[in-house]
Design a protein around this ligand. Structure first.
Ligand code: 0RA
Length: 666
């Protein structure tokens, strides 16, 4: 209710500003424009998804998308994104510049129309693949409407033009403010803090998206600079990164597999099938994971769709045909299934679709039927030629497929044995699970706890009506390194599946995750606040990311944050989560007599008693939970494979750069 009220106030402000400007000759068109912007401010989530961090970052993506469109049309090579000191963001490109000429019917400049009318961009800029659904492509006007202020600057026809806006409404005319020998568009906007819960941009989130865009749009140079903080070590300069890819998807696939060992070259095709531009790059590596990232008009389609189905169909058919004709299969009497062709496969598929239909729960599933055949044909054509010309690679792939099929059959047998055992045992819950009494998954939570001893403390400390405890023994299996049947045979992993009530296989898809009987909607990882603990957390997160991603996508996975310090004075006990907090507490409690204060540093959950654990880490009233989300699937994939994979050096580097716990164990 509260944000509705805030928004209503903003509405009133807009109306007031209009009156103050004293323009009584408002035409029907102007009123339409204002209604459109009002609608955006009233229901911002309808246009940008949400008004949290995600929606905030979408504002930047929306502007950058427009510059990318200009690059795809062949007119723009450089896009610079700057996070300014005052919280605003500048996106500058060297495209043609948004047109500034007066539109006859509207009596306004094209710039003003693009900036103030919903979905107006496309009218002036035909022939690019604008997106009509999903979160992107809503138009620059939406960013304008959700900004406290915005300044658009256009370099065009030897001049610099500028117009300023507040809450989407022009507050100046288009002015000529100088001359220029360049062309391009520069948009600076300050997100409205009356609309967004947070207006703090995250450099890493933006950088990850820009890197992805650079791979998806080869030849475009994207630079991000953070002017909010001076880097301490970098010659007093600002943090900055430039993303540029000459090889596009070919390099994207190599980047994704940086820490995996390839067993083939990168196979690549860029073509147009039935009017649909299709680009695919793939390689096989020596792991067991299937790793396919699909994009439509530069948007990551997490839920897949017709392009993915077409890809799978074309890949399976072509490889099967080749294997049969080449005689590599005939000696082995083995039934190959579609999945076997995708073990150790890393691929990126990027299609451009003029009127994309986005379906599915998060509107990231492509629905256009015609795309399926286009991708099928493209992958089949690419593979046929490649396999003929590269018999070494072909043999490596087919061998991999045979091993996968054998492993799958072994896994099936293992599962059947487990199921039989479960039937005999009555398929009960794991013996180690201390379940809660409530049965409503929306009200219940389960703690996955590192070690039996902390598990015991958690059992004593919990509220048993809604909190269940599942202790995990030491380090759970590293799913990045193990084969699937090993994973499903692993005792700890089986316990997690059974405790959660999650099974694999539905009516439609024998491999799909079945969450119908999920027993808790909060799954909380609770480990020690040290290097081992964070490693175990990462192992568990990797497991969910690879085998139960839907649980993360639904927002059910959390990480508990136990405190690092206990500060005591007499009977008073206070907890601190950072060194800074601890110092402040010592100061506060030690007023008058600093010697009366003691500080205890917790190394592990085991050092707390049940009451302390409840108070600091488990009690919903006082605890802090961190929700696990996937901002960027391809980046998450790369990081997990790096953290959990074979290579030591990149892992060491990453941990050094991101060391959260470095100060504790040092
Ligand atoms: C409308 C028409 C044309 C370009 C653009 C919009 C345009 C929009 C943005 C947004 C950010 N950067 C941009 N660059 C261009 C076509 C212009 C022409 O025909 O000269």
């Amino acid at each position: 209710m509260e944000d509705l009220n805030t928004n209503t106030e903003i509405q009133n402000n807009i109306e007031e500003k209009i009156d103050l400007n004293g323009k009584s000759d408002y035409s029907a068109k102007d009123i339409q424009v204002l209604k459109g912007l009002e609608a955006v401010r009233k229901r911002p989530a309808m246009y940008i998804g949400d008004v949290g961090a995600r929606g905030l970052h979408h504002l930047v993506y929306e502007i950058v998308d427009n510059s990318i469109d200009e690059a795809l049309a062949g007119y723009c090579k450089n896009i610079d994104i700057t996070l300014n000191e005052d919280g605003s963001v500048t996106v500058e490109d060297d495209g043609r510049g948004i047109p500034v000429d007066i539109h006859e019917k509207e009596g306004k400049s094209a710039l003003e129309i693009v900036m103030t009318v919903l979905h107006a961009g496309g009218k002036f800029n035909k022939g690019t693949y604008k997106v009509s659904g999903g979160l992107h492509g809503v138009g620059v006007s939406v960013v304008n409407a959700l900004s406290e202020w915005l300044i658009a600057e256009v370099h065009r026809d030897g001049k610099i033009y500028r117009q300023k806006y507040q809450c989407g409404k022009p507050v100046t005319d288009i002015e000529v403010i100088g001359s220029s020998d360049k062309t391009g568009t520069k948009i600076t906007f300050k997100p409205d803090n009356q609309i967004f819960y947070t207006t703090d941009f995250d450099y890493d989130i933006l950088a990850a998206r820009l890197r992805e865009l650079a791979f998806l749009n080869k030849g475009v140079k994207l630079t991000i600079t953070d002017k909010r903080v001076k880097e301490e070590n970098g010659n007093g300069g600002y943090r900055t990164d430039t993303f540029y890819s000459e090889g596009g998807l070919k390099e994207f696939v190599r980047y994704l597999d940086e820490t995996r060992e390839p067993i083939t070259q990168v196979i690549h095709i860029e073509t147009v099938k039935n009017g649909i531009p299709v680009e695919i790059a793939l390689e096989y590596n020596n792991t067991f994971n299937e790793n396919i990232h699909t994009y439509v008009n530069n948007i990551n389609t997490h839920e897949g769709g017709t392009h993915l189905t077409g890809f799978r169909r074309g890949l399976t058919r072509t490889l099967k045909q080749y294997a049969e004709q080449s005689g590599l299969l005939t000696k082995k009497k083995i039934q190959i299934s579609g999945d076997d062709f995708r073990e150790g496969l890393t691929a990126v598929i990027s299609v451009k679709v003029e009127n994309p239909l986005f379906e599915g729960q998060t509107k990231t599933k492509l629905g256009n039927q015609e795309v399926s055949l286009a991708v099928d044909q493209a992958v089949s054509q690419m593979l046929k030629i490649f396999l003929e010309e590269n018999p070494q690679d072909a043999k490596a792939i087919i061998n991999k497929v045979i091993v996968a099929a054998q492993a799958r059959i072994a896994a099936k047998k293992a599962r059947e044995i487990v199921q039989k055992q479960n039937v005999l045992k009555g398929a009960g819950l794991p013996g180690k699970l201390a379940d809660c009494t409530l049965r409503d998954p929306e009200k219940t939570e389960i703690f996955l706890v590192e070690g039996d001893s902390a598990g015991g403390t958690a059992k004593q400390g919990r509220d048993r009506t809604f909190q269940a405890i599942l202790p995990l023994r030491g380090k759970i299996l590293n799913v990045e390194k193990a084969m699937q049947h090993k994973i499903l045979e692993n005792e700890e992993i089986k316990n997690i599946f059974t405790a959660l009530g999650v099974t694999i296989g539905t009516k439609d898809d024998p491999k799909a995750l079945n969450l119908e009987k999920l027993r808790y909607h909060k799954i909380i990882i609770m480990t020690d606040a040290d290097v081992d603990g964070s490693h175990i957390t990462t192992l568990i997160m990797t497991f969910f990311f690879r085998y139960m991603r839907e649980i993360i996508e639904k927002g059910y996975l959390y990480i508990a944050t136990p405190p690092l310090y206990l500060v005591k004075k007499g009977k008073e006990k206070r907890y601190a989560w950072t060194e800074d907090e601890m110092r402040k507490l010592v100061e506060e409690l030690g007023k008058g007599n600093p010697n009366s204060v003691t500080v205890q540093r917790y190394k592990g959950l085991g050092e707390m008693n049940a009451e302390q654990l409840w108070e600091t880490t488990m009690n919903p009233e006082t605890r802090i939970l961190r929700q696990v989300t996937i901002e960027n699937a391809s980046e998450a994939d790369r990081i997990f494979s790096m953290l959990m994979g074979e290579e030591v050096e990149p892992r060491r580097k990453f941990i050094e750069e991101h060391a959260i716990y470095a100060n504790i164990d040092a």
